[in-house]
Design a protein. Sequence first.
Lengths: 288, 216
Amino acid sequence: MERVKDWKCTFDNQPAILAEIAQKRGLEFPRAFTLWEPMSEAAKAYKEISGSAFCKLPFCHTVEAEALGGAVKFGEGTSGPKTREYICTTLDGLLELLPVDYSAGRIQEVLRACRSLKEQGECVMLKVAGPFTILNGLIEIETIYRALRREPEKMKQVFHKLEGELLRYIREAAACGADAISYADAPGGADILGTKGAIRAAEDFTYPFLKKAEHSAGAGLILLCPKTTCALDKIGKVKYNHVRLSKPMTYGEALREVMGKVRFAGQMCINKEAYILKNQQIETMELL
Amino acid sequence: MEKTKEELLNRLAECVVEMAEEEEAAGAAQEYLAEGYPASDGIMYGLVEGMNQAGVLFDEEEYFVTDILLCSDAMYAGLEVLKPFLGEEEAAKKRRGVIGVVEGDTHDIGKNLVRIMLEAAGFEMTDLGRDVPPKKFVDTAKEKGADLVCMSTLMTTTMGGMETVISLLETAGIRDKVKVMVGGGPVSQRFADRIGADGYSQNAVEAVKLAKKLLA
């Protein structure tokens, strides 16, 4: 079987930038990870220092898992929220988790920060984690990797539950005015799952989820991690288009230019948004 | 019909490389023992041989993390049956290692894979888990009489902890008694050389080769 083309993750400079924000902008951490006002100030500062085209939120991958009941520790300073311990040991435990309450907790603060930034005229990108990232905050991820093979029907139930939660999150983000959703799920990449696993995950979760997300994101752009794009490509569910840009520009600027005109993009990692598209075109996608 | 030792060893290896259910692997181990063959051979030439084959497939990018996990489940199921029948001498011969993800980092998929492959290669590993303070690496290495300290991180901000561990090993007077191996996304051979580690490996299969080379 031909392999799923994969994309090597690129690391951003978040730790250094957050440290600069803490030292030079007087914002306190971990407070800015948990409360909407300092969070939105930190997002603006981050955009300015990094030269990004967007104010991006949140600063970690633990918000969704925490909203489902996950245990998160905030540490000191800018080290960032991390999973403290796993709250589930079985797939049944995952299926029994209560739905997310968007009127409470840190997820509510993130959405409020989105709304505040929009009211200030900022262009906002909400970073949404995929199922493997979320599950990695709730249960030993190896339990999931095993279950993909040993309990595929129950995994479909888990995927279905998370699909519902993520679609609700995206609708809430759209209601707050988020201009773009950035979707990524590195622990579910082909380099970890292998070709068969990546195909199964794309068929059982990614494609059906994104097909529904198309109608949940308001007018917003959905930016896919290229690992996700590669998996969708492998199952034959992507049609690529090339959109001419008004001039050569960075990938981030190009995403802003096509916002509202296309639904999906995903040729490059958002961490590489400073890359200049000299050929004056951006690749966008349609889901088939 | 009575099975030859070779047939039973091949079956053990197949259970591992084909990711058999744990009951099947345990059953194969029990059948092997019932024929009166030595447990150590069953482990080395059956289970570990299967894991080696899986390692080759991983190297060739035919097998991935999820496959190695399932192979290791079968291997551990067989080991659970065979280990109690190992002679004391064989148990004492094992090289000991301490492994963990450095403080501040919780990414442990790669570390777990390295642990599995080192255990398959005959190392007795103490897994400290994730977010491990530097002192814990050192205290555990002393407590276990470790030959090897393995550290992993996926974050640039926590790499410094590896150098701290090496410094603490020196302060504790055991630096020359252990080999230090490092790995993880942002780690490199250059980094390993700079901090005074004994080696860097890019993946779990290379980690085993490196560990054997360092302790030869």
